[in-house]
Design a protein around this ligand. Structure first.
Ligand code: KIV
Length: 254
């Protein structure tokens, strides 16, 4: 798609029912993101989600998908230790979930693991810029690589991930100009989130773009629906109808 100049549309999903809708609507790539830790489990960060939990979410998504590429996030702690641990985790994800590829965060420090996983036949997507699994190192979720030194490191890391065999790389919350440079200098596609329009594709967290999570509104987020409001209104009507015995009516019984 990059070679053909076609932009790549990616969204997260974590369960069968929404993955089915997302796939049916024509998405190119579904990411079973470790953002499941936030939007599904209500944790403050992505750090607590486990490999078993990620595999469960990925199994549910795979059951709902007929055509999209399913990429599964490797959770914190499942690959940082050493490349053998990383490979074992990636193999578990592929065997137990039926996903098509894995994603992991980091640059040169994860390249040995990327090579080992790719050599085992598993496609790997990289993730640079704001890498939420390192939130306790960064301290905040603000834009990354605004300074020259961090921008230069990001460019080196992107090249290193490509050389290690990544088939694509997510660029999260970095200046648009830097994302443009990275996208132009890499052969593999970049997928941006808060990284401007010059990336080869875009990704958003499904619950954010659907307006299910209402307390998260960074500048890069465009809300395509207000499902949270719709759910709230529907539940309120249901509660009223049950209390007033408006529901069920004559036709809604046996
Ligand atoms: O976990 C996730 O949802 C992600 C995207 C924000 C890229 O990694």
């Amino acid at each position: 798609m990059k070679q053909a100049g076609e932009k790549i549309a990616m969204l997260t999903s974590y369960d069968y029912s929404l993955a089915r809708l997302v796939d049916g609507a024509g998405i190119d790539v579904i990411l079973v993101g470790d953002s499941a830790s936030n939007v599904m489990a209500g944790n403050e960060t992505t750090v607590p989600i486990t490999l078993d939990q990620m595999i469960y979410h990925a199994q549910c998504v795979v059951n709902g998908v007929d055509r999209a590429l399913v990429v599964v996030d490797m959770p914190f702690g499942s690959y940082q230790g050493d490349s053998k641990t990383a490979l074992d985790s990636a193999i578990r994800i592929m065997k137990e979930s039926g996903g098509h590829a894995v994603k992991l965060e980091g640059g040169s420090e994860v390249c040995e693991s990327v090579e080992r996983i790719v050599n085992a036949g598993i496609p790997v997507m990289g993730h640079l810029g704001l890498t939420p699994q390192s939130i306790y190192k960064f301290g905040t979720y603000t834009v990354r690589a605004k300074e020259d030194a961090e921008a230069a490191k990001l460019m080196e890391d992107a090249k290193a991930l490509e050389e290690a065999g990544c088939f694509s790389v997510v660029l999260e919350k970095i200046p648009a100009e830097l994302a443009k440079q990275a996208s132009e200098s890499l052969n593999i596609p970049t997928i941006g989130i808060g990284a401007g329009a010059d990336c080869d594709g875009q990704v958003l967290v499904l619950h954010d773009m659907l307006g299910i999570t209402k307390d998260f509104s960074p500048r890069f987020l465009r809300r395509y629906a207000e499902i949270g409001d719709t759910v709230e209104a529907a539940v309120k009507r249901y509660v009223e109808d049950v209390r007033s015995v408006e529901f069920p009516n004559e036709e809604e019984r046996y």
